[in-house]
Design a binder for this molecule. Structure first.
Ligand code: PAF
Length: 306
């Protein structure tokens, strides 16, 4: 199990100064109820902390759509398998609170493990369709853990709108399916990927990269952009993918997947030219660190060649 959240007196004082926060569901609901009574709408951004500009852009997007925004920070043990980085996942709550305050977040929800998963907890949400393959092939537990915690968080916060980053594109589609299949009354808004100067998609796990790995990491988006350009120019998926894979295998320690899928449901595409909106998705490894990235691809016939 992950470390429980426990704050020192100094941390609690600093948190309290920076931004209102709730550690229990009842305190969260009291605050949200007050907003509701005032006729205010509520946006939600779930996170696992270790926040970067990508997360903050999601908070700002939520703020643009709603009157009040709740961000949760919870490192969800159910989406980590044994041997993954649950215990070493960066926990930087005071720094996160400062960043959320600057992004005008109105409340941080900081539940601990016992709040989210009391001893008798024994329910798991399994998502078919976009929840199959790609990440699920590499990490079979992952989307069950994500869907389960997000379902709980939606019931705890009861937001009008929730924002999820396109950086985790498959996760975004899994959440949309969760909402549709289980009738959650929440609108899901996608937030664009925020990139570093060399194009590397921002991720909390980028902090694990050493200098050499960090330099190589910047190549992933370039490989995907070249792959995208070839598909939009009308080349066959199969041959463009073969070249992109070869290039990626030269740079990265391993390539888990790198391919085009149908953008709306991640169904497989044929080896020929792309004739429907697609998404290029890739996961590669540098040492112990996995990098994920993705790009939209317009169907070749409708691609804007300008
Ligand atoms: O994307 C993440 O940070 C997590 O998967 C989420 C959505 C907060 C669920 O734990």
């Amino acid at each position: 199990m992950s470390k429980p959240i426990s704050f020192s007196l100094v941390e609690t004082a600093m948190l309290t100064q920076q931004i209102p926060h709730a550690t229990t569901v009842s305190a969260l609901r009291t605050r949200v109820r007050t907003w509701r009574e005032e006729g205010l709408s509520v946006g939600f951004v779930p996170t696992m902390g270790a926040l970067h500009d990508g997360h903050l852009s999601l908070v700002r997007l939520a703020k643009a759509h709603t009157d009040r925004v709740v961000a949760s920070i919870f490192v969800n043990p159910k989406q980590f398998a044994a041997g993954e980085d649950l215990d070493t996942y960066p926990r930087t709550v005071i720094d996160d609170a400062e960043k959320l305050a600057t992004a005008k977040c109105d409340l941080i929800f900081l539940p601990d493990n016992a709040t989210m998963y009391p001893e008798e907890f024994d329910t798991s949400v399994r998502i078919g369709g976009p929840g199959q393959g790609l990440e699920a092939s590499e990490r079979p537990h992952f989307f069950h853990g994500v869907a389960t915690v997000v379902a709980k968080l939606f019931n705890q916060v009861r937001p009008d709108v929730a924002v999820f980053g396109e950086k985790d594109y498959q996760q975004l589609l899994v959440i949309k399916k969760l909402v549709k299949d289980l009738d959650f009354p929440v609108d899901i808004i996608p937030g664009e990927i925020v990139r570093e100067a060399d194009g590397l998609a921002m991720s909390s796990r980028n902090a694990y990269l050493d200098a050499d790995q960090r330099q190589r990491a910047g190549e992933l988006n370039k490989i995907l952009q070249r792959f995208r350009d070839r598909l939009e120019a009308g080349e066959a998926h199969g041959s463009a993918q073969t070249d992109a894979l070869e290039e990626a295998r030269r740079i990265f320690d391993a390539v888990d997947y790198l391919e085009a899928r149908h953008a709306s449901n991640l169904a497989l595409m044929t080896a020929g030219p792309i004739n429907a909106p697609a998404r290029l998705l890739a996961a590669v490894r540098l040492g112990e660190t996995r990098l994920l990235d993705n790009f939209a691809v317009a169907a070749a016939s409708s691609a804007d060649k300008g």
